[in-house]
Design a protein around this ligand. Structure first.
Ligand SMILES: Nc1ncnc2c1ncn2[C@@H]1O[C@H](COP(=O)(O)OP(=O)(O)OP(=O)(O)O)[C@@H](O)[C@H]1O
Ligand SMILES: [Mg+2]
Length: 239
C-alpha cells in the first residue's frame, strides 16, 4: 500500500450559512520516497490538503491512510503521536518560537517524546551543524537571516527522524538564491535518506526539484508529469 493514501477526501468549512468546499473528493496516493510538488492557485485547497496528509485536521468525508493507519480510527493522542513520529513540518513563515534559541527550537519536538536533556542537546546540535549553523546554536530567531531561520525549521522538522516532510511554501519568504539552497537541502534529504517530501509551491522553478506534480484547482487534485507544468505557468499568467 502507498505510504499516504487519500480516498475521496472532502473537506468543507462551515462559515455561518455558507459552506466552503476546500477539497471536493481527492484521490491521491503518495509512495515512500516520492518528492511531490503541490501546485495550484491561491485558495485552491493546497494547505487544506497538507493538513489532511499531516493529520492536523480531519476530513468531512473520505478516508486518509498514513503508513497503514486509518486516521479516522485514531484518538487525539494517537494522532499526535503518529504526527510526531512520522511527519516533520516546514512552513513559509518558519514558525520558530521567538523566545527560544535556535537549538532550543530544534530540540523542542523531542521533549514530547520524553528524550533526556542530553539526547536533545546532542541531536539538535548535530542537526544544526549539518545545516551549516553550528556557530548559531545560541542565536534567537530574530538574530538569524530568513534562510538561516528556514534551515533551523528544517532541522526541527528532522529532529524525530520522520519518514515524511511536509513543506508549505518553504521558499515563499526567501530570495531566489537562499530558496535554491533550501531546495537543494530538501532534494538531498529525499535522495540520500529516502525521505518522502511533499511541498506546496507557487514557483515552477522549485517544482523542478520534485519528481511529479499534484495540481489542485478548486479543490480537485490531479497528478501530473513535470512536463505538463507549462499549463500551470500560463494559467497563472492569464489571471
Ligand atoms: N479554517 C478555515 N475556515 C474556513 N475556510 C477556510 C479555512 N481554511 C481554509 N479555508 C478556505 O478553504 C479554501 C482553501 O484554502 P487553503 O488554505 O487550502 O488554500 P491554499 O491553496 O493553501 O491557498 P494559498 O495559496 O493562498 O495558501 C479557501 O477558499 C479558504 O478560504
Ligand atoms: Mg496555503
Amino acid at each position: 500500500m502507498a505510504l499516504i493514501d487519500l480516498e475521496d477526501v472532502v473537506k468543507e468549512y462551515q462559515m455561518g450559512e455558507n459552506t466552503v468546499k476546500a477539497l471536493r473528493g481527492s484521490d491521491l496516493e503518495i509512495n515512500q520516497g516520492d518528492f511531490v510538488a503541490i501546485m495550484g492557485p491561491s485558495g485552491s485547497g493546497k494547505s487544506t490538503l497538507m493538513n489532511m496528509i499531516g493529520a492536523l485536521d480531519v476530513p468531512t468525508k473520505g478516508k486518509v491512510t498514513l503508513d497503514d493507519n486509518d486516521l479516522s480510527e485514531l484518538s487525539e493522542n494517537e494522532l499526535a503521536r503518529l504526527r510526531s513520529e512520522k511527519v516533520g513540518f516546514v512552513f513559509q513563515k518558519f514558525n520558530l518560537i521567538s523566545s527560544m534559541t535556535a537549538q532550543e527550537n530544534v530540540a523542542l519536538p523531542m521533549l514530547f517524546r520524553g528524550s533526556s536533556r542530553k539526547e536533545r542537546m546532542e541531536r539538535s546540535k548535530e542537526l544544526l551543524e549539518r545545516m551549516g549553523l553550528g556557530n548559531r546554536l545560541d542565536h534567537m530567531p530574530s538574530e538569524l537571516s530568513g534562510g538561516q531561520q528556514q534551515r533551523v525549521s528544517i532541522a526541527r522538522a528532522l529532529v524525530n527522524d520522520p519518514e515524511i516532510i511536509l513543506a508549505d511554501e518553504p521558499t515563499g519568504n526567501l530570495d531566489t538564491e537562499t530558496g535554491d539552497k533550501v531546495m537543494e537541502l530538501l532534494k538531498e534529504l529525499n535522495e540520500e535518506e529516502g525521505k518522502t517530501i511533499i511541498m506546496v509551491t507557487h514557483d515552477p522553478h522549485d517544482a523542478q526539484y520534485a519528481e511529479y506534480i499534484v495540481d489542485i484547482t478548486d479543490g480537485v487534485t490531479t497528478k501530473k508529469e513535470k512536463e505538463d507544468n507549462y499549463e500551470y505557468t500560463s494559467r497563472i499568467q492569464d489571471d
